[in-house]
Write a protein that binds this ligand. Structure first.
Ligand SMILES: Nc1nc2c(c(=O)[nH]1)N[C@H]1C(S)=C(S)[C@@H](COP(=O)(O)OP(=O)(O)OC[C@H]3O[C@@H](n4cnc5c(=O)[nH]c(N)nc54)[C@H](O)[C@@H]3O)O[C@H]1N2
Ligand SMILES: Nc1nc2c(c(=O)[nH]1)N[C@H]1C(S)=C(S)[C@@H](COP(=O)(O)OP(=O)(O)OC[C@H]3O[C@@H](n4cnc5c(=O)[nH]c(N)nc54)[C@H](O)[C@@H]3O)O[C@H]1N2
Ligand SMILES: [Mo]
Length: 797
């Protein structure tokens, strides 16, 4: 064992001297004090006050905030949770407020900033510092000679991109990334341009996120989207929440859970960590709760499975349900099962042949706990299951999603109020982007419809998803990269390899609102462009329309409009549709004539008036007839989901029970057999939005002043000869070339988490995740199943 004198640690990242806020610095002595209060409450209000002040635009921010998610305001760029029916009543959401304050900041990144800092210097800054410089204001081009970004005119930038794209040997040498904040209108134009250009290379954030939900639900139900509406939460008798931290990531969901809990619905959480938002919530909009400091219990039962144990847990519940059935204490939905489903016998046989020992070992829960959860299910008429990354970012995610659907099918929880499946999406329009055709493997029907509308042959072979894109980049098979938002190099796994691969690009174009590391990872031969765009909060004016609106689709498949209300951060900004249209116009005028066709799209007209884009969408994408008219409705409209009408468009036309065996061993079982190895989940702190870091605190988990922390069980600390407060490095599996994967200097925090399982924040930990470790049928990196071991951090002089 290594001797235990306290190692001297330097701050893990360089910190600039002039950061205005106390918690803008990561400290060697972070405060770790368990959080006693409920989620929400005064803590949430205080936190918003601090973040709004930090953005230096308090009044404007506050005004914008009040408009977010209202009838005439803009859609909150936070999460994809649905809006209440009475959308005019402002629902307070701490993290939505933070997301808006971050966008409407008064800080600006100008050409002066880039003149003062070389790219090499900026590479030493952390994610918080980069974005905290403020909004990008004008197009910039990387100059390798001076290692700086210099201003470039918009038209010059578009020409440069068009020259690169048209010079490629094949359109498949280009990648077109999308982050899920892009509007339907931007996404539609983007996919149309890219397909006219000639490739399906559409890596997107969804590949790293809810892909398994789409794949699993499509196989089981024929539709890859959630089946519930917000109002279903008012009628559910039981809500099972798997692998999700709504207190931080979908705070408005807590309002719905709170109302459900108050009227007596049972809320049952499955989460290895005890997340405060799933335990207690005080609604900042309830004067009574705020004044009396009272709060509402959210989960009536809280189970802490081991990471990757959910499929086994649900199987255990099913095993118990079949026994309860024999005892007359549970009745399956026999009529529903006969009329609408296939394969219940095969599933039941698979469940019954799985032993309790295997279920207990894999889930990390006891038979008694799972029998109790089964009784809660049996006693509920209507059941909703929700889930997020704790389910989808595993190797066996599709089977886990399908097992959850099996459980719902057994009780007939489709086609009636208060019941159904609810994968809670991440980015505010990630679901809409997929609907619009951002899909590397799009359905034939979409390609047929596009060809029919535009009269140009479109590519049909599947393109690269995110991990395939990374592999192709590494092998030098792709040369150019365009990102419609996001922060590709930080969001993706295997950071060191990813960055080396990105440096091989000849063209790296980032359409962004804020500075991030994806702008900085450039090679000597890389032409890199930063194209700054309007954010959702800003007025989008064209020559003919004073304020253009866009549309988004939430987790409940509600499509509604959004229009900015603030003056743009800079006069030079362009909208995403305008930027895409200009790139398309310049590029296709070079590439299409070479194929003997002329460009079928009047790009300039479409950007002048987004109603015309919506007319195109209405003509091509199913479910969008009369799009412009229906969007005018107060809450927008619901994209019909056939499952709600008990139509299951699977191959068989029936809902299909799946009957996969449990994995032979999930990650925590594998690691428990290796001396000193643990299973790491990489997750979000309360002060971040994906790779956007708002600060160094994680209030509900009791951490302030540091992001490099590891949540670990007391038993593991003892077993490994470590103690709370020690600083360690995390080592992952070595890379294929033998190079080690190391994330240095994390402070251990003793925490209520199952033995063998630890948690730490992403993206600092992405360096540990092997590019090859992803769901085989999804390509989703196994961000919640990372094998690691710990090493005491070296003393640093
Ligand atoms: N404020 C804020 N809001 C956000 C985001 C953000 O970063 N910040 N990101 C947005 C995006 S893109 C997304 S996808 C969502 C993400 O929303 P979440 O899925 O809630 O995000 P994570 O932080 O990854 O949290 C995963 C949760 O699953 C648990 N978990 C981990 N492994 C397992 C497991 O094996 N089984 C079970 N049962 N639980 C497990 C973790 O303890 C944690 O509570 O949030 C969206 N909303
Ligand atoms: N280890 C690990 N890795 C993960 C995850 C995990 O849980 N663990 N989660 C995965 C998930 S679920 C997701 S969704 C991805 C997220 O991956 P991304 O979507 O690529 O990342 P974001 O951090 O959301 O992107 C932030 C950047 O988006 C830009 N931006 C913000 N608003 C706008 C806008 O309105 N328009 C444009 N054009 N740009 C804008 C800003 O420049 C900002 O720097 O990360 C994935 N990676
Ligand atoms: Mo996500």
């Amino acid at each position: 064992m290594i001797e235990s004198s306290a190692p001297e640690i330097v701050a893990p990242v360089s910190v600039s001297a002039n950061l205005p806020r106390e918690d803008a610095q990561q400290t060697r002595h972070p405060q770790i004090v368990p959080y006693g209060g409920p989620a929400g409450g005064w803590g949430a209000l205080k936190s918003v006050g601090r973040h709004v002040t930090h953005s230096r635009a308090p009044w404007k921010s506050v005004r914008s905030l009040l408009k977010a998610n209202q009838d005439k305001g803009f859609d909150c760029p936070g999460c994809a949770w649905g809006d209440p029916e009475h959308g005019s009543s402002f629902e307070f959401c701490e993290n939505g407020a933070k997301a808006v304050a971050w966008e409407v900041t008064a800080k600006r990144v100008t050409q002066r900033f880039f003149a003062q800092h070389t790219v090499s210097e900026l590479l030493g800054w952390d994610d918080f510092m980069l974005e905290d410089q403020g909004r990008l204001t004008e197009p910039m081009r990387y100059d390798a000679a001076s290692d700086r970004y210099l201003p470039i005119g918009w038209e010059e930038a578009f020409t440069l991109i068009a020259e690169h794209l048209s010079a490629l040997k094949s359109p498949d040498e280009a990648l077109f990334y999308t982050s899920g904040r892009a509007s339907n209108e931007a996404a539609y134009l983007y996919q149309l341009f890219v397909r006219l250009f000639g490739t399906n290379n559409f890596p997107d954030c969804s590949n790293m996120c809810h892909e398994a939900s789409g794949v699993g639900m499509k196989a089981s139900l024929g539709v890859g989207k959630g089946t519930v509406l917000l109002e279903d939460f008012e009628h559910a008798d039981a809500i099972f929440v798997f692998g999700q931290n709504p207190g931080t990531n979908h705070p408005r969901m807590l309002g719905d859970l709170r109302r459900a809990s108050r009227r007596g619905a049972r809320i049952v959480s499955f989460n290895p960590l005890r997340e405060r938002g799933l335990e207690r919530f005080a609604d900042p909009q309830s004067p009574l709760e705020m004044i009396t400091l009272s709060s509402q219990t959210i989960s009536s039962r809280y189970y802490q499975p081991r990471m990757g144990g959910d499929m086994a847990a649900v199987r255990g519940m099913a095993k118990a349900l079949f026994v309860l059935e024999q005892q007359g204490e549970f009745t399956r939905a026999q009529g529903f099962i006969e009329a609408y489903t296939l394969g219940v016998e095969a599933w039941q046989a698979a469940v019954e042949s799985t032993s309790w020992a295997a279920i207990e070992d894999q889930s990390g829960l006891t038979r008694e706990e799972l029998e109790e959860a089964a009784r809660l299910y049996a006693g509920a008429g209507n059941v909703i299951c929700t889930w997020a990354m704790g389910i989808t970012q595993h190797l066996h995610a599709v089977d886990s999603v399908r097992e959850i659907i099996n459980l719902l099918l057994l009780g007939g929880n489709f086609g009636r109020p208060g019941a159904g499946a609810c994968p809670v999406r991440g980015h505010s329009n990630v679901q809409g982007d997929r609907t619009m055709g951002i899909d590397e493997n799009a359905p034939t029907a979409l390609i047929d419809a596009l060809e029919a509308r535009y009269g140009v042959t479109m590519p049909r072979a599947a393109g690269f998803n995110t991990v395939e894109s990374l592999a192709a980049l590494e092998q030098g098979r792709v040369k150019t990269f365009i990102a419609l938002g996001g922060n590709f190099t930080r969001a993706t796994p295997d950071s060191e390899r990813t960055e080396a691969a990105m440096r091989q690009l000849t063209l790296n174009v980032q359409i962004s609102t804020k500075l991030n590391r994806s702008h900085l990872v450039v090679g000597k031969q890389t032409e890199a462009l930063i194209l700054p765009c309007l954010g959702r909060s800003e007025i989008d004016r064209s020559a003919s329309v004073a304020s253009q609106h866009i549309s988004v689709e939430d987790s409940m498949s509600m499509v509604h409009s959004s229009a900015g209300i603030k003056a743009p951060a800079s006069d030079a900004l362009r909208s995403e549709p305008a930027i895409i249209a200009a790139i398309a116009r310049e590029t296709l005028s070079r590439t299409l004539p070479a194929r003997g066709v002329s460009d079928p799209v009047d790009w300039a007209a479409l950007t002048e008036d987004y109603d015309l884009i919506r007319d195109e969408i209405a003509a091509v994408i199913p479910g969008f007839d009369d799009f412009n008219d229906r969007l005018a409705h107060k809450r927008g409209f619901h994209l019909a989901n056939p499952v709600r009408a008990l139509e299951f468009p699977t191959v068989s036309g029936q809902a299909e029970f799946s009957y996969a065996a449990l994995p032979a061993a999930v990650i925590h079982q594998q690691q428990s057999r290796r001396d000193g190895w643990l299973t790491l989940q990489t997750m979000r702190s309360h002060d971040q939005y994906n790779t956007t870091v708002y600060g160094y605190n994680d209030r509900y988990r009791g951490v302030s002043g540091q992001r490099r922390v590891i949540f670990i069980n007391a038993q593991d600390l003892t077993r490994l000869g470590l103690a709370d407060g020690d600083w360690v490095d995390m080592l992952g599996e070595p890379r294929p070339d033998g190079h080690e994967r190391r994330a240095p200097q994390f402070r251990l925090v003793e925490y209520d988490i199952p033995a063998g399982c630890i948690g730490a924040y992403y993206p600092e930990t992405n360096v540990l995740i092997a590019l090859e470790s992803h769901g085989s049928d999804t390509g989703t990196p196994s961000s919640k199943a990372v094998p690691v071991r710990l090493e005491r951090s070296a003393r640093i002089a």
